[in-house]
Design a protein around this ligand. Structure first.
Ligand code: ADP
Ligand code: MG
Length: 254
């Protein structure tokens, strides 16, 4: 049965999509069967895996509103063991519709995912930059959450808000939601601020911090432009090696 892991942080631009795409590809390249679900209306994870919008027929939106079976929305990528359920901008509508459409939400949460869990080892979900309904639903059906964050002062404030949300989701929907880890992204060890933020994080969250942070590298930011995860775009570069280490740690944790 697949483990379901959401990449979530209500802040935008912290490396959720980059981490979800690259960890999905890494884990898949190691022989695990991986499905990545794009839950962000911006569809960045979809395009980052080289899927042109024109090729997309069914999306996660169709699944959520019960218009199609999740199996119909799965697309095989060009990369080993890696499939994706894509998202397009129409998913933005689901954020509102989910409030009314309890049945659709239920479809997605229970029936849809359960029906494919046997086909995969890991299902990774790229969440949108908010704590709205899409994120709440994703976390409600997840076994774990990975929290990518940048080493900035405001990240620490955001973290307590996010952990509060995790607590509420455990109380209301999903008591077994596990925090797989906090992942430092766009890390620059030469900045004093980085040291201060890391020191602060270690004080409170040392047990859930991933050991290896992800450095800021141009290679990681250019890879989506080529429609490739970093392990195919620049296999021996820093970004690829660091994501490989994080993927390994993740697989040991969940
Ligand atoms: P989110 O999904 O949280 O909004 P993204 O993964 O899209 O964040 O990252 C935001 C921007 O930062 C993107 O342009 C991405 O290419 C870039 N980026 C992410 N991680 C790195 C990194 N380690 N080094 C350099 N650029 C990065
Ligand atoms: Mg994103």
């Amino acid at each position: 049965m697949a483990k379901v892991v959401s990449f979530s942080n209500q802040k935008g631009g912290v490396g959720k999509t980059t981490s979800c795409v690259n960890i999905s590809a890494q884990v898949a390249s190691k022989g695990k069967r991986v499905l990545m679900i794009d839950m962000d209306p911006q569809g960045n994870a979809t395009s980052g895996l080289g899927l042109p919008k024109s090729k997309i027929k069914k999306t996660i939106y169709d699944v959520i509103i019960g218009r199609c079976d999740i199996k119909e929305a799965v697309i095989k990528t060009a990369f080993k063991n890696l499939s994706v359920v894509p998202a397009t901008i129409d998913l933005a509508g689901a954020e509102l519709e989910l409030y009314d459409l309890e049945e659709g939400a239920e479809n997605f949460a229970k029936i849809a995912l359960d029906s494919i869990k046997d086909d995969y080892d890991y299902i990774f979900i790229d969440c949108p930059p908010s704590l709205g309904m899409l994120t709440v639903k994703a976390l409600s059906i997840s076994d774990g959450i990975v929290i990518p964050m940048q080493c900035e002062f405001y990240s620490l404030e955001g973290m307590s808000q996010l952990l509060n949300t995790v607590k509420k989701i455990r109380q209301i929907y999903n008591p077994s939601l596990q925090i797989v880890g906090i992942l430092l992204t766009m890390y620059n060890g030469r900045l004093t601020l980085t040291y201060q933020v890391v020191a602060e994080l270690k004080k409170y969250y040392s047990d859930i911090l991933f050991k290896v942070p992800i450095s800021r590298t141009v290679r990681l930011s250019e890879a989506p432009g080529y429609g490739k995860p970093i392990c195919y775009h620049d296999p021996y570069g820093k970004g690829s090696l660091e994501y490989a280490a994080v993927a390994k740690e993740l697989m040991m944790r969940i």
